[in-house]
Design a protein around this ligand. Sequence first.
Ligand SMILES: NC(=O)c1ccc[n+]([C@@H]2O[C@H](COP(=O)([O-])OP(=O)(O)OC[C@H]3O[C@@H](n4cnc5c(N)ncnc54)[C@H](O)[C@@H]3O)[C@@H](O)[C@H]2O)c1
Length: 432
Amino acid sequence: MRQVFDPIEHGTWTSAVVGLGYVGLPLVVTQAEAGIPVLGYDVSRETIDALAQGRSHIDDVSDGELAAVKELARFSADPADLAAADVVFICVPTPLAVGKQPDVAFIERAAEAIAGALRPGQLVVLESTTYPGTTSDVVQPILERSGLKLDEDFLLAYAPERVDPGNRSFGTANIPRVVGGVSADSTAAAEKAYGRFLAKVHPVRDARVAEMAKLLENTFRWVNIALVNEMASIARSIGVDIWEVIDAARTKPFGFMAFYPGPGVGGHCIPLDPFYLQWAARLTGEDARFIELAQVINARMPQVVVSRLQDALNDRALALRGAKVLVLGVAYKPNVRDYRESPSLEIIGLLQHAGAVVSYADPHVPEVDDHGVRLDAVEATPEAVRDADAVLILTDHDDVDYAAIAADAVLVLDTRNACRRRGVHSERVVVL
Ligand SMILES: NC(=O)c1ccc[n+]([C@@H]2O[C@H](COP(=O)([O-])OP(=O)(O)OC[C@H]3O[C@@H](n4cnc5c(N)ncnc54)[C@H](O)[C@@H]3O)[C@@H](O)[C@H]2O)c1
């Protein structure tokens, strides 16, 4: 490695994080906690102003944690400030464009901002989830437009973020990190850099391996969720309780990993990432039939939930049209406020379309405005629960009194098995 990269070699580097969302902000805090001076950069003025005032917008980062690192972590919306950092991490969104095509425009904008401030000695690391080849084919040419050269002036690597919002056992600091550079020096530098603040780093041959490893992980979840959703339908048709089946299967100490059925797949990662892989596969003429099949099964789950609710109401001589439905939980997973791609929104939309009168309660989400659904949360008071013709559990947050819900409700459709998992059993609770 050239002398210009000495701060990285000797562990005296400073850093910058581009994009301060669910991935970027915990990365800022983790580095600062390890004693590394770090600049958080974001295009959102609102985000920067809030952070500069010590207010976090991310569930996994408390205001107290921000206050504890305020000497080392500072925030800016000025891309020129990126020049001061030796290592620059990119943590911007990677959504899907129309037709479920990868949209790497945020990565391009971030790379352009970095290129505008690029100086000899910097290591740039892309953390956003993306298709194999993005780091070398999209980011590298943009950085080289600055006139600086890979290996001589700057280094470039990919290191996928695996953070699992709401997970209290694993966070940025203790999740093993895969790193792959677009050159051997880049891999070595990224391994050194992460080794300064993370427990375990796993270097791989190059950036493409690291990019594909992330997509394999998330596609694995996606197809296994589809498999278990299909199993749930089969179990129901033959009169077997899928939850009991899974509990039995998971006693096998090897060769089985439990996945659970649910109302659909949400969040910014699992429902999107497989399409990045499918797109990359198609470019090479390869089919990705598992991914397609999983999409068909997972995408129909909101409709399955609505049909199931309709059946349960029908059993009580009630129609869905005009029924009062109280939805419990709109976040895409427990104990977070993120409702991006949450199946709850689609389900609420379908219920409204069928003429149901829908309200929702979610201690983490005060209002929703997405997929044509605009609602403010209500409190799941005993009166509200009693007043509903059906309570529909879509997210199993911990801070909900499921025993009280089951006691007060006329009918509960529990798509997460949230009640029984907490020892709450009632004739009025039906599972998906
Ligand atoms: N959220 C997760 O659980 C998770 C886990 C692993 C990987 N990822 C991946 O990490 C990436 C980021 O996801 P996220 O959930 O943190 O996104 P996010 O939407 O929470 O945050 C992204 C941030 O980037 C900012 N931004 C957008 N364009 C920018 C630019 N050009 N320059 C600077 N800032 C910019 C936005 O203002 C926002 O604050 C995605 O590729 C995602 O797939 C997410």
